[in-house]
Write a protein of this length. Structure first.
Length: 467
């Protein structure tokens, strides 16, 4: 029995050695960013024991790091946004403060050179290089400005991923108890994608094709879609990994709102709808209304913050069909109403200088009718879907030392998915049309989820380990 034990020991030793060798190139921030650099003399010699401080412009959080004997410093698990950075030498000299904007899953390098007064040799660039030689993964990044500025039908922010030419829209298909895929990555099935929100799993466990809980455009601060060679930290997906972080409040109070839509009387039915047999008393053109607001600010300056958002959608879409129904009439149209109410509240607390707590509560209640109607599929063949999602999430980030940071995350959620057929009668399938109840008459599904995640990040020299 000694040989297998010795073999296992050697395998574990090789695995640990491989981890240590590879860890110098780990880029495994799920919801945060990193800042690193060096402090040197004008002659290029490293300055040890210099104190580098970074202060968040929005929340007042201050993080400190001390340079090692090679003059290196690094901050891990910094929240995205604008930070003010300066360096202090052991003899008391202080650099001029510089601002740097950090983005999700990004590592920025900022070097200092000690002169009469410290000056930054490598200022932060406004544009990201086209090719980063330190990274092998592929990604597509969308920020809050793009989410706000680009028009989207239905205000579904994940549709912006289709701006990347390597991301393809999922082919339309029949709805039989599953939500449709959001997109296709690397030619894989829509089930091969993974969705994260604030570092927590947000996959629909039933179909595996989309987000479990819907989030309004207003609450999405940034997302990154990783489409190849992403860090093993994410894993579980052969397609893409969509990583979303939500908005947070700061020391400045801000807010906004919107109203958009169209009335039925403003639209024209079009030739195709007008050519179909008109149902009695139904409008022949769609109407939509979308409205919402958001507000964020301090509960206590530099200590506690909030961000609140609400959105309401009410659609009456026109769905035409050409199939022959039970009454023998070929074709027509229906009005397919859809409603959605979404609320989001996030709070952030600076618990001293080393602990930072995030707590968010979100809820979504949506209904859609007329699903699976169209073509030869008559209204009897369709469905109604009612969905409800409630989530409570929390993250505690603890700076144990300048080189050791711990993140503990918790998610408690419940989801309901009720699908009801428009007809209880037996289904009839003909070349001329489909009517009656379809293969799946009714589904009532409930899901309760509990997630507990803990990440420990250790920085030693030029290496970063994450457990």
């Amino acid at each position: 029995m000694r040989a297998p034990t010795l073999l296992r020991s050697r395998l574990w030793g090789l695995a640990l050695a491989g981890l240590l060798l590879w860890s110098g190139h780990v880029w495994s921030q799920t919801t945060s960013s990193s800042l690193r650099g060096t402090v040197r003399t004008p002659g290029g010699s490293p300055v040890a024991d210099a104190v580098v401080q970074a202060r968040s412009d929005s929340t007042g959080v201050v993080r400190s790091a001390i340079t090692d004997r090679m003059g290196r410093y690094k901050f891990d698990q910094l929240s995205t946004g604008t930070w003010t950075v300066l360096a202090r030498l052991p003899d008391g000299q202080t650099s001029k403060a510089r601002k740097v904007t950090l983005r999700l899953q990004e590592t920025v390098t900022l070097d200092f050179t000690a002169e009469t007064a410290l000056t930054e040799v490598v200022p932060v660039r406004a544009e990201t290089p086209l090719v980063d030689p330190r990274r092998s993964g592929g990604e597509f990044r969308v920020g809050s400005r793009q989410v706000d500025a680009l028009p989207l039908s239905g205000r579904v922010a994940t549709d912006l991923a289709l701006l990347d030419s390597s991301i393809l829209e999922a082919a339309p298909g029949n709805f039989y108890g599953e939500r449709g895929s959001v997109f296709i990555v690397n030619g894989q099935s829509g089930r091969s994608n993974s969705f994260l929100v604030d570092g927590l799993d947000n996959n629909d466990q039933f179909s595996g094709t989309t987000l479990n809980a819907f989030f309004s455009e207003q609450v999405i601060k940034e997302f990154v879609l990783q489409n190849r060679q992403y860090s093993a930290e994410f894993g579980r997906a052969s397609g893409g990994v969509l990583n979303i972080i939500t908005q947070r409040g700061g020391n400045e109070t801000s807010g906004g709102g919107f109203v958009q839509g169209t009335a039925s009387r403003w639209n024209d039915a079009g030739e195709f709808i007008s050519s179909l047999p008109p149902p009695d008393g139904l409008q022949d053109s769609p109407s939509r209304i979308q409205t919402g607001f958001n507000v964020g600010g301090p509960l206590s300056k530099d200590r506690a913050f909030y961000f609140l958002a609400y959105e309401h959608q009410d659609f009456d879409d026109i769905v035409p069909f050409t199939g022959v129904g039970r009454d023998g009439v070929a074709g027509g149209w229906i009005v397919a109403p859809a409603k959605d109410d979404n609320i989001f509240l996030r709070t952030d607390f600076n618990l001293g200088s080393s602990n930072f707590l995030m707590v968010r509560l979100s809820g979504d209640d949506r209904t859609a009718e007329g699903i699976n109607v169209g073509g030869i599929q008559t209204p009897e063949w369709g469905f109604r879907v009612d969905e409800k999602d409630v989530q409570l999430a929390a993250t505690l980030t603890s700076v144990i030392s300048p080189s050791l940071v711990n993140e503990a995350r918790l998610l408690i959620g419940t989801s309901e998915f009720d699908q009801t057929s428009n007809s209880d009668r037996p289904g009839v399938e003909r070349l001329s049309g489909k009517f009656g109840g379809s293969q799946i008459n009714r589904q009532l599904r409930e899901e309760d989820r509990f997630q507990l995640v803990d990440n420990l990040t250790l920085t030693t020299g030029s290496h970063t380990l994450k457990f």
